[in-house]
Design a protein around this ligand. Structure first.
Ligand code: TTP
Ligand code: MG
Ligand code: MG
Length: 437
């Protein structure tokens, strides 16, 4: 395998750093971002500035505990929109140096700059330029790891935070990883670490030195890849583009139904859930797809490209209904699904905003109530008592939701083929997802 140059870039104390950037009086002070801010007794810490970390405050700690540790800290609510914008600004800088950018969370990404040397210089040179441009243009500091693999680059970026730059040369991976505690290796959680301790493994180097067949006997296949990683080997390439290409909900009825009222309410509930997730991700969708399965497990999908991208319930619902109505006539419906795809950033797509501002303000107020008091707080009258799993909970398996709370979505999806055109996917007869089989 040829040598690759991979960078891992991660912003420092991201949410807190954006707050300090925008309010200079907070610089140098302990800042804690989380929940709904200081009055939120049940919330948890999303981000703590490095000044706050000196008091032992860290992400996922309860706000109550954070307050106990440092009552003088400034407690601020999460303001996802500003963090998303900062995230997009940073991702745009990264794309100057290579198209091979893989965002893996709101504040971090992998870059493969192997082919960028002639234009921009070697890995460490590009890393320094990225740090400078992010500081000067976005006002944030980033820590960067440079290495021949994603695994080593990621561990390296974390090592000298904040404002760090750690370079691991080709061939030095195992030596670099060796002295680090075993818990830093991907795939080693508390349980694996405890089990490895029985073999006196405390550092990554201890694991690399174990006979592989012993590890495989104890940990199976997982063990083999653990040893590989401990030796610095990680063939995973940088995946460009955005894995989050769509947002969808499906609902399987307890009893198959041909009741049009039930079908409509279900589509409405799903459209509402999909639209809410689009808004929380700061994206709009250009295409709506419905999926319909009947009692004999025949499944069809129908798709339509919207005349204008949207993140609102009504256009998604009316499109889904128009697509579903002719199909479900006389059918006993077992499952319905609504998916929005062809995603693009809000700013990019809306050359002009056709939505009445007052309506949008109402929608945003409802979103903020839901964020504060739970998904079920604001529901359309029509959905009350519908017996639906009301909130259509967020799905952590979906990359959009997995990266929730200010999700970075940098969709490179090309524009829709032809506005208003319907496309019909083939009928699949035998596809039964595992949860239904
Ligand atoms: P991280 O990169 O894990 O943390 P960080 O940027 O705050 O601090 P550093 O990288 O310097 O160690 O996460 C990025 C953002 O994601 C973080 O600022 C807030 C958010 N986040 C949460 O909301 N909850 C969490 O539990 C974590 C870990 C992060
Ligand atoms: Mg970070
Ligand atoms: Mg991060």
């Amino acid at each position: 395998m040829t040598n690759r140059t991979i960078l891992h870039v991660d912003l420092d104390a991201f949410f807190a750093a954006v707050e300090q950037r925008d309010r200079p009086e907070l610089r140098g002070r302990p800042v804690v971002v989380g929940g709904a801010g200081s009055e939120d007794a049940r919330g948890v810490v999303s981000a703590a500035s490095y000044e706050a970390r000196r008091f032992g405050i860290h992400s996922a700690m309860s706000l109550r505990e954070a307050y106990r540790r440092c009552p003088d800290a400034v407690f601020l609510p999460v303001d996802g929109r500003r963090y998303q914008q900062a995230s997009r600004d940073v991702m745009a800088i990264l794309r100057r140096f290579t198209p091979l950018v893989e965002p893996i969370s709101i504040d971090e990404a992998f870059l493969d700059v192997s082919a960028s040397a002639a234009l921009f210089g070697d890995g460490p040179t590009i890393a320094r330029r990225i740090k400078t441009e992010v500081r000067e243009e976005v006002g944030l500091t980033a820590s960067v790891g440079v290495a021949g693999t994603k695994l080593v680059a990621k561990i390296a970026s974390d090592l000298r935070k904040p404002d760090g730059l750690v370079v691991v040369s080709w061939g030095e991976e195992a030596a670099f990883l060796g002295p680090l505690p075993i818990g830093r290796l991907w795939g080693v959680g508390e349980k694996t670490a405890a089990a490895l301790a029985e073999y006196s493994v405390r550092t990554i180097g201890d694991l690399a030195a174990l006979p592989p067949d012993l590890v495989v006997r104890r940990f199976g296949k997982h063990g083999a890849s653990l040893v590989e990683r401990a030796r610095g080997l990680d063939p995973d390439p940088v995946h460009d583009g955005d894995p989050a290409k769509s947002v969808g909900h499906e609902h399987t009825f307890d009893v198959d139904t041909s009741d049009m009222e039930v079908i409509e309410r279900t589509l409405l509930g799903m459209a509402e859930g999909v639209a809410g997730r689009l808004r929380s991700a700061g994206v709009r969708a250009g295409t709506v797809t419905v999926k319909i399965r009947d009692d004999s497990f025949r499944t069809i999908t129908r798709q339509r490209t919207l005349t204008e991208p949207t993140d609102l319930t009504d256009p998604i619902y009316s499109t889904a209904l128009a697509l579903a109505r002719p199909e479900v006539r006389g059918m006993r419906v077992r499952l319905l699904g609504v998916t929005a795809s062809n995603l693009g950033e809000r700013e990019q797509l809306s050359l002009f905003d056709a939505t009445e501002p007052r309506h949008r303000r109402a929608v945003e107020a409802a979103d903020s109530l839901r964020r504060r008091y739970g998904e079920g707080t604001v529901t359309r009258g029509r959905l009350l008592g519908a017996g639906l799993p009301a909130p259509f909970e967020r799905d952590p398996r979906n990359p959009l939701d997995r990266r929730s709370r200010g999700v970075p979505v940098d969709s490179d999806e090309p524009p829709a083929d032809q506005p208003g055109r319907d496309t019909q996917a083939d009928t699949e007869v035998d596809e039964i997802p595992p949860d239904e089989a």
